[in-house]
Design a protein around this ligand. Structure first.
Ligand code: AP5
Length: 190
């Protein structure tokens, strides 16, 4: 499959979708074409049609087998898309039974990313963003637990790099410095 494949991850509430959308607009204005795909939306479409969930935040509470089936369907659809692609997703998903790899072998090998981006920021900033975002049903957890999830995501990203040979890029999306994060992502997409 031709084109650059860029997988962008980050714990819920870190602002990855905000950074992606702004970077997508900028890179498009430069004349570089990308498709901006949200892995969760591909999963949600099937989960909703199957009557498993009514909102996207319920998906991470589904049993592991159901989540893996949804992941597989999403990965197959995304892998079939040609050209430059951004995939907005998760290095790992926090489920009631522990961390689930967002990109298990059959997903990451199907997509074969050139780079995996980890969007990160201070745990306290993520906590405040989650509390202020009324549009979503965010998990309520303390900053220590958020720190653990960010650490786990680095470990998962290293494993994905070992499997595919992709690079791992860390982008910080700090309060008042959204533009810096967007510019870093645009440079990665070019
Ligand atoms: P997904 O659609 O990725 O939802 P999410 O995890 O909640 O991520 P969001 O995109 O909503 O949050 P975000 O961190 O991007 O933050 P946002 O930009 O909104 O996934 C949905 C579900 O799909 C998952 O829960 C999972 O079940 C499933 N899924 C997806 N991929 C999967 C996979 N591979 N395997 C298994 N399941 C998978 O920003 C948050 C807030 O922060 C906003 O209010 C924003 O204004 C603010 N903000 C952003 N940047 C800044 C800044 N620099 N300064 C101050 N405020 C900021």
């Amino acid at each position: 499959m031709s084109g650059k494949k860029v997988i962008i991850t980050g714990v819920p509430g870190v602002g990855k979708t905000t950074v992606i959308n702004a970077a997508f607009d900028k890179i498009t204005a430069e004349g570089v074409k990308y498709q901006n795909l949200n892995f969760g939306s591909f999963m949600f479409e099937v989960a909703q049609a199957d009557g498993l969930v009514t909102d996207r935040d319920q998906m991470r509470k589904l049993d592991r087998i159901a989540q893996k089936r949804l992941q597989k369907t999403a990965a197959e659809k995304i892998a079939a898309i040609d050209g430059n692609v951004i995939v907005d997703t998760h290095a790992s998903v926090k489920t009631p039974n522990g961390y689930l790899a967002g990109l298990p072998e059959w997903v990451v090998s199907a997509i074969m990313p050139d780079v995996i981006v980890l969007v990160e920021t201070d745990n306290d900033q993520i906590l405040v963003r989650r509390l202020s975002d009324e549009t979503r049903v965010r998990d309520v957890e303390g900053s220590k637990s958020i720190a653990e999830h960010q650490e786990m995501n680095r470990a998962f990203a290293a494993a994905y790099s070992m499997l595919t040979g992709c690079t791992v890029k860390i982008i910080t999306n700090a309060d008042f410095l959204l533009d810096k994060a967007v510019d870093d992502l645009v440079a990665t997409l070019r």
